[in-house]
Design a protein around this ligand. Structure first.
Ligand SMILES: [Fe+2]
Ligand SMILES: [Fe+2]
Length: 282
């Protein structure tokens, strides 16, 4: 295959009771039905709150199963709980092994590697980092082996949380686990990728589009497919919009398009909460 077309969707946050988010997912599905990429990756926060509404997992899976394209999945903090951190507040719902396993039983492996069009694609569970769970250490060991097997191919990394704001050594206060891969796991991750030809880091989580390059690695923040977060709740870093990201990989090059599916509506989280009388963590 000399070309590989991949669509990244993220932060779909679907739930049976949040019909506006389901509507946005359907608009996305219709667009994917016309664009027919080779693969769809959902980079996490697949469910609105799979932790407290386990039925959301099956509902979300049924929506993805209806897509005409194969899917791979990564967990987000709303699916299996959040990172622990050395600085900043502890998350109210820390990631746990039982929740991770529940995710895997519905969506498949929470980490994966495959190759296409001369590229190596790696998906990682970013919310397990700094957890101290056995699966965190296992993932790092697995990653070292998989990167060795990639033997220098151009590599694209997918994960829920962005690696960092602007640079690996952003000041610690900006580096809390709330928004980025927390230290010291981030340092270890970046060190492991020094042995690889990393070209792209694709993440979700922030519910904002962003596209920047640091040290020849391009960082793409996918927007949420479902909703935006108001200025009162979250600073503006990139662009607050809903949508998806399309990639076209060819040996030694790639192209990125930020797309909003026809009919996808930028629902504001505040309006969503008011409508539905549900509570959410940012
Ligand atoms: Fe999210
Ligand atoms: Fe998230």
């Amino acid at each position: 295959m000399s070309e590989f077309r991949l669509t990244q969707i993220s932060d779909t946050h679907t739930s049976r009771r949040l019909t506006k988010l389901t509507d946005n997912f359907h608009r996305l599905s219709e667009y994917i039905d016309t664009s027919r990429p080779d693969l769809v990756i959902n980079s996490g926060d697949i469910t609105f709150d799979g932790l407290t509404s386990p039925g959301d997992f099956d509902f979300a899976k049924s929506l993805h199963d209806a897509l005409p394209v194969a899917c791979r999945y990564l967990p987000g903090n709303h699916d299996i709980g959040d990172n622990q951190t050395q600085i900043g507040p502890m998350p109210s719902q820390r990631v746990g092994e039982g929740d991770r396993q529940a995710f895997v039983s519905v969506f498949g492996d929470d980490r994966w590697r495959f190759e296409a069009a001369g590229w190596c694609f790696i998906g990682l569970n970013s919310v397990v980092m700094n957890s101290g769970l056995a699966s965190e250490a296992e993932q790092f060991d697995w990653l070292a082996r998989e990167l060795a097997a990639a033997s220098g191919k151009p590599t694209a990394l997918f994960l829920h949380k962005p690696l960092y704001l602007n640079a690996p050594d952003d000041p610690e206060l900006k580096a809390t686990s709330i928004r980025y891969v927390p230290q010291p796991a981030r340092r270890r991750l970046i060190e492991l990728f020094r042995a690889a030809d990393l070209r792209l880091v694709a993440s979700g989580h922030v519910h904002q589009h962003r596209d920047f390059t640091f040290a020849r690695v391009r960082h793409i923040w996918a927007p949420s497919a479902g909703f935006i977060i108001s200025g009162a709740r979250q600073e503006l870093i990139g662009i607050k919009e809903v949508g998806l990201v399309e990639y076209r990989f060819r040996p030694d090059s790639f192209e990125v398009r930020h797309v909003k599916a026809p009919g996808q509506i930028a629902i504001d989280l505040d309006g969503l909460l008011k409508d539905q009388d549900v509570s959410a963590r940012g």
